[in-house]
Design a protein around this ligand. Structure first.
Ligand code: ARG
Length: 593
């Protein structure tokens, strides 16, 4: 079935054509002035110059043709040339009934199925995940789910940072602390121990110690650089140690992502691209793209139009080590070989813009992907504290993701525990804890996703956790309320085998119906622009519209059974749409709260 807005637009297009105007100008949009009308079309203004007529006159002609259409009511022409109108209740009602019978609720999948690799998460081995990684995980997961809902093949790749200097740092620190480990014995032959000589906690302290030492101690840093080169050339003891580091770290990382309901199709790391580096570099050299400069191997990627300097892309440093850029380029080679994607979408901090500009230009210039393949950086802003500065712990350190999640869940638990004390039925501690976890994840994700990704935003625990206002818990609360009404209805011995909506009985009901009808267009726009915040705005509006309707309408005490059925049918549709939306945002609703 077609999207609601598409039907309105094509009906408008017919009127344009009937007056001899091009139908492409007939786009219908939601009204910018909901107090005046529900929808509008400003096409007459766009035509005026071309056809040399006053826009008001054009709008008048078109409005005349719309009179017989069954779709529009209260058509008004407004200066300088707007066509304002409402949707006929009969048409709206029949559209909603069609939605009720359609598993996709009026949001058809895209006709052209694209393959899109979403590169998100980007955790680094042995470094704790911090709030920056949180944004990538939350936004990337949602964008991926939105694309999948629209029918595309979406492949999420975590792209773990496991091949850079931090690995050399950890290995070197370990060597200083435990020089007798067999991994450092150059004479060793045969197998290495199966069990790692450290835990995840050890790893993190090793990394912290090593990175602060490297800042003060040049020799140590040099040693770490050397260790990185050894690792990258697969020196056996180093490589075995690296495997332990990776295993232990990935187990820990998986746990955190699972808790956040973030799941990857591919668990590749920078190291997996390593195999593609030699050939890639070889070719870039042979074809004359790569050349030596100050001992390093580079590719020029500047262009004349640049208003700021774009420095050459470094493929190999003078010591032979490959860099972040190198692994990103080789990963493109790998992805092209494995999937021939239509697009690779990188959900990474916007401060890495220059890095991606270099990588994309180099990939294009050297032909790593066909011309039609899109390489896109979806850069996100910083999560700030209420003081407006990048989010930190109370002591001013980097906030670890686990700690943050524990804090939020703890706060939520307390709130729910207080609420539950005022309820006669009371809840068990485990139940409250489970619900608190679900709601806390929703609070965190919604708090993030409701902002346009590219903007910085303020992490405000109180606002995020509030049951009122534009928050995750408010949305969940609305869903839970709907579920509870539907349950009560069933307990009354009634059922809704064939949901059906009747003509709306008042403004609040029509308003709710109009918002429900817009679902398909919103989902499509959220996909086109990779903008989960559009879905957040939508479900906030929908929740508000539902709650207004709920307060103004007798539902369970309604005596007319047909009217009652109609109200409940609206609830069913509302619930399905809200649940679909939170699912693509990456969270779920509990049964009770
Ligand atoms: N590991 C990187 C970081 O923590 C992010 C990786 C992003 N993805 C990529 N293909 N470069 O900054």
């Amino acid at each position: 079935m077609d999207k609601f807005l598409i039907i309105l637009t094509s009906e408008m297009g017919r009127a344009f054509e009937a007056c001899g105007y091009e139908r492409e100008k007939a786009a219908v949009t939601l009204s910018a002035r909901p107090d005046l009308c529900e929808y509008q079309c400003s096409g007459a203004m766009a035509l005026a110059k071309k056809v040399r007529k006053a826009p008001l006159e054009i709008a008048g002609e078109i409005a005349g043709k719309l009179k017989d259409s069954g779709l529009f009511t209260r058509i008004q022409v407004l200066s300088p040339g707007f066509i304002n109108f409402n949707v006929s209740e009969k048409f709206l009602t029949s559209y909603l009934n069609e939605m009720l019978g359609d598993s996709r609720m009026g949001c058809e999948q895209s006709r052209e199925r694209k393959t899109i690799i979403v590169d998100y998460g980007g955790p680094n081995v042995a470094k704790p995940l911090h709030v920056g990684h949180l944004r990538s995980a939350i936004i990337g997961e949602s964008v991926k789910r939105i694309g999948r809902y629209m029918g595309h093949e979406m492949i999420g790749d975590v792209h773990i940072g496991d091949w850079g200097l931090q690995m050399g740092l950890i290995i070197t620190e370990l060597k200083h602390r435990m020089p007798d480990l067999v991994y450092f014995d150059d004479e060793h032959i045969g197998e290495y121990p199966e069990k790692a000589p450290f835990t995840i906690a050890d790893l993190e302290s090793l990394y912290t110690a090593a990175s602060s030492r490297a800042k003060k101690d040049e020799d140590f840093k040099e040693e770490a650089r050397q260790a990185t080169v050894f690792l990258q050339s697969r020196k056996s003891g180093y490589y075995e140690l690296w495997r332990h580091i990776l295993n232990i770290s990935v187990q820990d990382i998986r746990k955190i992502y699972d808790h956040l309901n973030v799941h990857f199709e591919l668990w590749y790391g920078e190291s997996d691209a390593e195999a593609y580096i030699p050939d890639m570099i070889d070719r870039m050299q042979k074809e004359g793209y790569a050349y030596e400069s100050e001992g390093a191997l580079v590719v020029d990627v500047s262009c004349e139009e640049d208003d700021k300097e774009v420095v050459p892309c470094i493929l190999k440093k003078s010591d032979g080590a490959s860099l972040y850029t190198t692994t990103d380029l080789a990963t493109i080679v790998q992805r092209e070989k494995d999937f021939q994607p239509d697009m690779i979408l990188y959900v990474v901090d916007k401060r890495q813009e220059m890095h991606f500009l270099q990588v994309f230009r180099c990939a294009r210039k050297t032909g790593l992907v066909p011309d039609g393949t899109k390489l896109t950086h979806l850069g996100f802003g910083t999560m700030n504290g209420t003081d407006g500065k990048p989010f930190k712990t109370r002591e001013g350190g980097v906030m670890r993701l686990e700690v943050l999640m524990k804090e939020i869940t703890g706060e939520m638990y307390q709130k729910m525990e207080e609420n539950s004390r005022n309820r006669p039925e009371g809840l068990k501690k485990e139940e409250i804890l489970k619900t608190a976890e679900t709601v806390a994840v929703a609070a965190l994700k919604y708090g993030d996703l409701s902002n346009q990704a590219s903007k910085d935003y303020v992490f405000d625990m109180e606002r995020f956790l509030s049951f009122e206002g534009n928050s995750g818990p408010y949305i969940l609360y609305t869903i839970v309320r709907i579920k509870s009404i539907l349950n009560k209805y069933e307990k009354m011995g009634r059922n809704l085998e064939r949901p059906m909506v009747l003509i709306p009985h008042d403004r609040s009901e029509k308003n709710l119906m109009l918002i429900l009808a817009a679902f398909g267009a919103v989902m499509e726009a959220a996909y086109e622009e990779f903008a989960p915040h559009k879905i957040c705005t939508y479900i906030y509006d929908l929740s508000n519209a539902f709650n207004r309707f709920y307060h103004e309408t007798k539902i369970l005490i309604q005596t007319d059974e047909e009217v009652q059925k109609s109200h409940l049918s609206l609830l069913v549709l509302c619930k399905r749409i809200l649940e679909t939306c939170i699912d693509v945002l990456g969270f779920s609703a509990p049964d009770s709260m």
